[in-house]
Design a protein around this ligand. Structure first.
Ligand code: BGC
Length: 516
């Protein structure tokens, strides 16, 4: 449809240089920033389905759960305070990412990651030692601040470090770490749930310190990106760094494009006001719609509440934690598919295929649940039937894991020009966190009211977002990050927002520096 491949051919550019070992390792270290986010996503659902945890902090839910078998299955976990435990983190991350934008711009991407890791570490300690709900929630807020900083800086760091033709692959390292974090959390919950003395939840929460330690220490060894060095007025260092990360002396063209972009950026005094200008409308639209849609896929219903959901479906407690491990494994392996295809097939194909797969699965899962539980929520699921539900949930997770999961972070991080990059990324993170919060806060209540219709609700949204991508997202594979303006300029819809002189400016500035 709307022009992906043609647009791409017009703007694709290949600078000399290879994927150096140095760049590979810096990207691996930076990507571990995703671990803290993933660990969090995965840990809360399991912990909130553990009886000793509920009994200590949420006695009302605990009592309700004990008597639920005869009552409505759909509603047994519906409790605002319990949902606040899960969701408070995302609200904190939302606010933090706004501040992180300034830190990322002024001090560089590296210190943003370091600050995030450190705050997260303190939050983990507080959570592991929690004696009351207040300690739990304050801990979650600190974790959230950490996630806000990491999610702001890591994707941008990866996209700036990577050579254009491998940018998708290296950037998805972030999502891969998210999924590994989620899986690790599911495994740990499975283990700690077996601790008879009832303190398993403490171990689950305190172990968040491990991924936090990795990114905090790791970030100290990371160099800053050439783009950020230039932006902060260190041209010589930037040139040296570019040589080093590309493994060649022949960096003149790429360097001059970076200089041009950074000169453009220097003229911009107020990135937050600037991003509202008409010529940034395509980027602004994507910065809002992509994270919004990513959360409206409904993925976090599975990620946060898989154990609770499977428990609701009548699996025994242990079996429901196990199902979370299974979906976690699918999530990790399916992410690998996108790593190896994203720079060849491109972003659009993955979005469209993954979306279609998700729609089909959601309709099937909703229908399977409707048949057994109807609207009363009373029923029993036989083993084989339950296996079919899990199977379709897994195929759905796989579809997400090679489309909206990684691309929800990759695409926004690669489309903003330098002058609005931190502001744009911050909008992306904030919108993502806002809707992660909304889903986390509302899911148990929605399940209680919409029942099996919840799955149809999300399927409807995936239909809408798939059409949106088909019409409005141009292909960005292989296009150097500072050359992205050409992509919008040749898009059937967005071209009218980009004046000829805007493209010309970038070209002129880059010719000028190349001549110098
Ligand atoms: C999303 C998370 C989600 C995760 C699942 C990420 O890209 O931002 O909300 O839980 O993928 O793997």
């Amino acid at each position: 449809m709307a022009g992906g491949a043609i647009v791409n051919a017009a703007a694709a550019k290949d600078y000399p240089g290879k994927l150096t070992v140095f760049v590979f390792f810096t990207c691996v270290v930076a990507a571990t920033g995703g671990l803290i986010f993933g660990y969090d996503i995965g840990i809360s659902g399991g912990v909130t389905s553990m009886d000793p945890f509920l009994e200590k902090f949420f006695p009302e839910v605990f009592r309700k759960k004990q008597t639920a078998d005869k009552n409505n299955q759909y509603c047994k976990y519906d409790n605002q305070l319990l949902q606040t435990f899960t969701s408070s983190l995302y609200l904190a991350a939302l606010v933090a990412s706004v501040f992180a934008a300034t830190v990322t711009r002024v001090l560089g991407r590296k210190w943003s990651m370091f600050g995030g890791g450190l705050t997260f570490l303190i939050g983990a300690a507080l959570n592991g030692a929690a004696e009351n709900v207040a300690m739990l929630i304050v801990g979650r807020i600190l974790l959230g601040v950490g996630v806000g900083f990491a999610n702001q800086s890591v994707p941008v760091y990866l996209s700036e470090m990577a050579p254009a033709r491998l940018r998708g692959m290296l950037n998805i390292g972030f999502q891969l770490m998210i999924t590994i974090g989620i899986l690790a959390a599911a495994l740990i919950n499975y283990g700690t749930n077996k601790i008879k003395a009832g303190y398993g939840w403490r171990i689950s929460l305190a172990l968040a310190a491990v991924p936090a330690g990795i990114i905090t220490l790791g970030s100290l060894f990371l160099p800053d990106t050439p783009n950020s060095l230039l932006e902060r007025g260190h041209p010589e260092e930037a040139r040296r760094m570019l040589r080093r990360i590309r493994g060649t002396e022949d960096i003149t063209e790429e360097y001059s494009d970076l200089v041009a972009a950074s000169e453009e950026a220097r003229q911009v005094q107020h990135p937050w006001r600037n991003i509202l200008q008409r010529r940034y409308r395509p980027q602004l639209t994507m910065a809002i719609m992509i994270p919004f849609f990513q959360q409206l896929t409904g993925i976090n219903v599975i990620m946060f509440y898989a154990p609770v959901l499977f428990d609701t479906l009548g699996f025994k407690n242990d079996a429901s934690l196990m199902s979370a491990v299974i979906t976690g494994l699918v999530n990790v392996f399916a992410t690998l598919v996108s790593i190896f295809t994203v720079d060849r097939l491109g972003r659009r194909k993955l979005f469209l295929q993954g979306g279609t797969q998700m729609i089909i699965c959601q309709v099937v899962v909703g229908t399977l649940i409707a048949i057994k539980f109807g609207t009363s929520g009373i029923g029993d699921i036989p083993k084989g039937y339950a296996a079919a539900v899990v199977l379709f949930i897994c195929v759905y997770v796989a579809g997400f894991a090679w489309s909206w999961g990684p691309l929800g972070w990759l695409v926004p991080s690669e489309i903003f020009p330098l002058e609005i990059r931190p502001a744009g990324q911050s909008i992306n993170v904030s919108v993502n966190m806002l809707f992660t919060f909304v889903i986390a806060q509302a899911f148990l209540t929605m399940l209680c009211h919409l029942k099996f219709g919840l799955f149809y609700f999300f399927a409807g949204w995936v239909v809408i977002m798939t059409i949106f991508i088909a019409l409005f997202l141009p292909e960005t594979k292989n296009v150097p990050i500072e050359e992205m303006v050409h992509v919008w300029k040749s898009h059937w819809f967005w071209s009218k927002f980009i004046g000829d002189h805007e493209v010309h400016n970038v070209q002129m500035a880059s010719n000028k520096t190349a001549d110098a």
